[in-house]
Design a protein around this ligand. Sequence first.
Ligand SMILES: Cc1cc2nc3c(=O)[nH]c(=O)nc-3n(C[C@H](O)[C@H](O)[C@H](O)COP(=O)(O)OP(=O)(O)OC[C@H]3O[C@@H](n4cnc5c(N)ncnc54)[C@H](O)[C@@H]3O)c2cc1C
Length: 410
Amino acid sequence: MTTVASERVTAYTERFRTFLDEDVAPLEEELAGRDAGSPSAPRFDEQGRMHPAVWEARREVQRRAGALGLYAPHNSTDVGGGGFGRVEMHHVEEFVYRESGLGLGLAALAWTEGPNPAVEHCSPAMREQYLTPLITGEITTAFCNTELGVGSDVLAMSTHAVRDGSDWIINGTKGWITNSHFADVLQVVAVTDPGAGTRSLSMFLVDGAAPGLSRDRALPTTMADGLTGTLEFRDVRVPAENVVGEVGDGFALAMSWINWRRMCRGGMCAGWGRWLLERAVAYARQRHSGGRPIAEQQVVQHMLANMDADVYQARATSLVAQAELDELGPFAIPLHREAPRLISLIKVINDEAFFRVADTAVQVRGAVGLVQDSPEEKLFRVARNLRIPAGTSEIQRNAIARGLLRSPAA
Ligand SMILES: Cc1cc2nc3c(=O)[nH]c(=O)nc-3n(C[C@H](O)[C@H](O)[C@H](O)COP(=O)(O)OP(=O)(O)OC[C@H]3O[C@@H](n4cnc5c(N)ncnc54)[C@H](O)[C@@H]3O)c2cc1C
């Protein structure tokens, strides 16, 4: 078991740094010249969606990163990804979030709009049509699981698909979907066998231009990114080859996607946490009160020490847990019985530690920390958000407790 960055991680981060300097920086400069807002504080169009110029700048970064093989290091090599394990991805994610801050560089590493472990289970026809272009950043996707009436209680969803010959007909509404406005292909989870528990759901790939699909209203959230909305499926017909995995695999595949996002919290929170800590230390050194830098006030020193302690412990948890998960198979279907507890430990410890870090980062700056869309203010809102999507903190504690109580040793 290793928690150390491999040589290929070092090679990747070196290439990523060059990409930030040579590709991302000029695109960022160009975007700043438009009246469109920034990647972390975009303006919106009349329908509440991310301003097209910001969206297009992100897409250009994704396409270029895809062409250079930087966009999908987490995907397996047999589908064109980098084949990195979870410890390697922690190091990659930490580097990307720390170096990019809130800039356009974040778009260069696949996020929820990109290729994921679940979509790798698609049919050969879907691989050619959607998976390969996802890996190269030519198209984007959205994971359509949650409904307005059902979030945590996934098995209670009402969107359903029924067979019609060799096709499937999908009906239902999905809500709170990231990238709902723009996705070229949708990963839709729907009921195919009501009452069959964890085998009741299936995952389908639905083309973004499919008849019967409507992209409804934007749902503005505290993220203020113009990316979240609702989708309606009215008699949307898809052929059998659009089923991901087997019929009945939907719950396991949805969990594979969700677990991917949960594990990503380790590197994300470590990267942003260290970025906020470095900014807080620099600010405390130069801001004066009573004729002395506030860094000389013991109470401010303790704020910095608390941030350091939170970043350090959450990062260490992530690295150790991801190393254990690399051995168990983080995306195996069926998943090893010890894995859910470890995955939820990564998410809850990182989300909650990062919330304290972001809160303290605001406090160290006083009023300056509350300036709208400043890095500290924006990341405070992001940190608050993190404790809800991909499973709330309460759902993580349920999974941790289930893991403890199941084990005879505990
Ligand atoms: C910005 C944003 C982006 C999102 N992106 C996506 C996306 O791309 N795709 C997607 O499918 N979904 C997405 N979601 C939805 C997200 O995954 C859900 O909001 C989340 O799973 C919680 O579901 P809910 O909001 O319905 O809350 P609920 O499930 O209604 O929970 C409400 C409260 O009850 C608690 N609770 C519920 N059930 C239990 C239980 N069994 N035990 C203990 N406590 C419980 C919760 O912890 C919470 O505190 C996104 C949400 C947001 C805010």
